[in-house]
Design a protein around this ligand. Structure first.
Ligand code: NAI
Length: 308
């Protein structure tokens, strides 16, 4: 199984690293526009093969898409961060151009690939990719909910003093500080509702920490995070390539589910070899429905900037 990762920066290279040491794919191609950069990252990862013990072949390419031919999954992490003085519309315009060109290029060489979109603003870039390529909606998946959910479980585990792996929880809605919705009502510790262990005030604090989880790391690191984002992409890619049928919140095109249409936004999905195999329409209560509708409005406003 072959994976291409476009953008060999922090998130893309970390994803390649996790995919290789966990043996998720037999081959990974890292591609970047910076001369020699992807080749260097690939060589560095390959030099871990004997110490971490993996057989995945990782190679790099400077913008030569022929090397990506026959990929089963293509991950798009290429893009630029917002620079001082740049408006949101300008950022969206630049990243939209990059994502669209990349999607066109990869599909020329891997016409059957499933595309995982990571570049921000992710929900809008997922929507753009779907519209620009005309691919069926099961083959374009936005990664954001996997990361936000792992951060939610991290903060729950910190508050409870229990291992994160014993905690279940998910974050739906848009992939943004103000648009994501950590579903505290449905979170559990080994099947028992989290409300058995925490007060509403404590749960609200965890939800608030989750929502600014990315910004907290940017404040500490001076740039956006990469370990958890890269691992979250690898987790999603694993579910596709190895047909794991994991339920993962992903940004997908809705067609009436959750009362929304013509929008890509985070909802729980079953992810397998066909990409999005099922959108799970969980029963939200009225307060959650209202939050979801508000989140969808914000994502729709962002999508409108694509046409500006
Ligand atoms: P980075 O700056 O480290 O890496 C981006 C790479 O893309 C650079 O190496 C750059 O040379 C490359 N690139 C730019 N234009 C390209 C093109 N046309 N073709 C090929 N490569 C190109 O950035 P980082 O930290 O890896 O983040 C990547 C993207 O992922 C950003 O948009 C970031 O906001 C987003 N992100 C999304 C997350 C999510 O949960 N969806 C989480 C973390 C980051």
């Amino acid at each position: 199984m072959k994976v291409t990762i476009v953008g060999a920066g922090n998130v893309g290279a970390t994803c390649a690293d996790v995919i290789s040491y966990r043996g998720i794919a037999s081959g990974v191609v890292l591609l970047d526009i910076k001369e020699g950069f992807a080749e260097g990252k690939a060589m560095d990862i390959m030099q871990c093969a004997t110490t971490t013990g993996f057989n995945t072949k990782v190679s790099g390419s400077t913008n030569d898409y022929s090397k990506t031919a026959g990929s089963d999954v293509v991950v798009i992490t290429s893009g630029i961060p917002r620079k001082p003085g740049m408006t949101r519309e300008e950022l969206i315009g630049i990243n939209a151009g990059i994502v669209k060109t990349v999607a066109d290029n990869v599909l020329q060489h891997s016409p059957n690939a499933i595309i995982v979109v990571v570049s921000n603003p992710m929900d809008t870039m997922t929507y753009l990719t779907l519209k620009a390529t005309g691919l069926p909606k099961n083959r374009v998946i936005g990664m954001g909910g996997a990361l936000d959910s792992s951060r939610f479980k991290y903060y729950l585990s910190q508050a409870l003093g229990k291992p994160a792996n014993d905690i279940q929880g998910m974050v739906i809605g848009g992939h943004g500080d103000t648009t994501m919705i950590p579903l505290t009502r449905l979170a559990s510790y080994n099947g028992a509702p989290i409300a058995n262990f925490m007060s509403q005030d404590e749960m609200d604090k965890v939800a608030a920490a989750t929502m600014v989880g990315g910004a907290t790391l940017t404040g500490l690191l001076g740039t956006s995070a990469w370990y958890a984002p890269g691992a979250s992409v690898a987790f999603l890619v694993d579910s596709i390539l190895n047909d794991q049928k994991r339920m993962i919140p992903c940004s997908v095109m809705l067609d009436g589910e959750y009362g929304q249409s013509d929008i890509c936004i985070g909802v729980p999905c079953i992810i397998g070899k066909n990409g999005i195999e099922q959108i799970v329409d969980i029963q939200l209560n009225d307060a959650e429905k209202a939050l979801f509708a508000k989140s969808a409005d914000a994502v729709r406003n962002m999508n409108a900037d694509l046409k500006a």
